[in-house]
Design a protein around this ligand. Sequence first.
Ligand code: ZN
Length: 275
Amino acid sequence: MVRGEGDPLTGDVAATEAYDGLGATWELLARSYGRDSLDGQGMLLAATVTTGATTTNAFWDAGRWVFGDGDGVYFRRFTASLDVIAHELGHGLVQYTSGLTYVGQPGALNESVCDVLGALVRQRLLGQDAGSADWLIGADLLTDRVQGVALRSMAAPGTAYDDPALGQDPQPAHMDDYVDLPHDADNDNGGVHINSGIPNKAFHLFATGLGGRAWERAGQVWYDTLATRGRIARDVDFATFAAATAESARERYADAPEVLDALLSAWDGVGLPVS
Ligand SMILES: [Zn+2]
């Protein structure tokens, strides 16, 4: 262990970024939604960094998050983007709440709510409102060599990169462009990192339509939907999730009808009208 809670800086930039990123994620959950860590019971957040391997990924492994060093060619160290750290922790939050299965539409929702958490943690730390945020995921971990701005764009899915080596960002922003793929590992479990563009865009439309700080009312509606027991099933599809967010909005913001209005208009905007 190089740095425990409250310990001084180590001089390892990845360790500093991971420490700060774990803390910023805990802060959002605790201060904004009253949740003590991912399990709601103060679970320790632990990360491994500077592994020495050219891992171009970040993942959960045996009780801790591992953030790869990147390959130095296309990817820098994965702790460079706070939203990517928070995204990975989001998978822990999903595990302890709705348990969304990692395939097809529930899998894409799993990916999307993690991007939402990533964006909210970053925007909260930077004090940005929804209208001035860039809504990019992983903007800081691409090298200059990559022709692109980030791994994903929640504001404009499908436009994050277009690169000779990495290909083109495959994310749709609307149900008309939903990518139907076989539900196997060779096809991203049915496009979980692809079709997540649709609920990502819905959240972006919701938060910007509502205005102000996205982690407050818009984020609260997503959090309530995810964390309220029984509100969504593990295998929920996009349309049922959309309807569940409307239920959350009606319940939490009964005296602020503009929240539900912005939400319904957002889902309309991605081709998932809530009846
Ligand atoms: Zn993920």
